[in-house]
Ligand binder design. Sequence first.
Ligand code: FE2
Length: 249
Amino acid sequence: MIFRQLFEPVSSTYTYLLGCEDTGQALLIDAVLPTWQRDLEELNKLGLKLAYTLDTHIHADHITAARKLKMETASRIAHPAADNLACVDMSLQENKPFELGSIRIDPLFTPGHTDGHHAYCVNGRVFTGDALLIDGCGRTDFQNGDAPTLYRSVREKLFALPEDTLVYPAHDYKGRRVSSIGQEKARNPRLGGDKPLAEFVKIMQELKLAYPKFIDYAVPGNLKCGVCPTGVPEDLQQYCEQIGDSLQG
Ligand code: FE2
């Protein structure tokens, strides 16, 4: 499998490129609107054709590039069935592996950050979305999030994977790129070790995070598989603009 971890700096999101060496087909996990051109350039360089975009959940901090990439390349939009989006071409579900050439993806239903969140297991790697981050986890105070549900998703499903499974999160704000199930199980300060549920719930309640500044635009846009809504204020336009051009200098 051809693999790339790509970074989108506006929302600190990791986009993952997975390519099949046999068929030349590729998919992107959590592609982000401002970097859709960069992603296509990367695919071109690797000689791959985009077949699918997948999202782990309905994001509140950025707009997915799924729709834009479909318009540009005729790729298909795959998304968890649990979110019940009308714009989806392929619905994903736990226990229903999704295959693209020689790549097999096993969706894992991991609610708690959002109620429809899925992680994707691919041959020794797990793309954990916002359920499990390196030394952390996604917030649980919006989008039908629920701390006890996230606790169970992480500890009963993600921590049940083999310990050497590589953990690739949807975000990192400190430049960390990869971890492992064994490492998070042992060391994750919120969910690792023998952390009891009550303590995790207390940690999440006491985070006192600011209201997500782009959520009121991102969620409606992502319910349509990636439309930048009208009326986005100027200081948030960077979430909608294409930054692929400027990267070429
Ligand atoms: Fe999220």
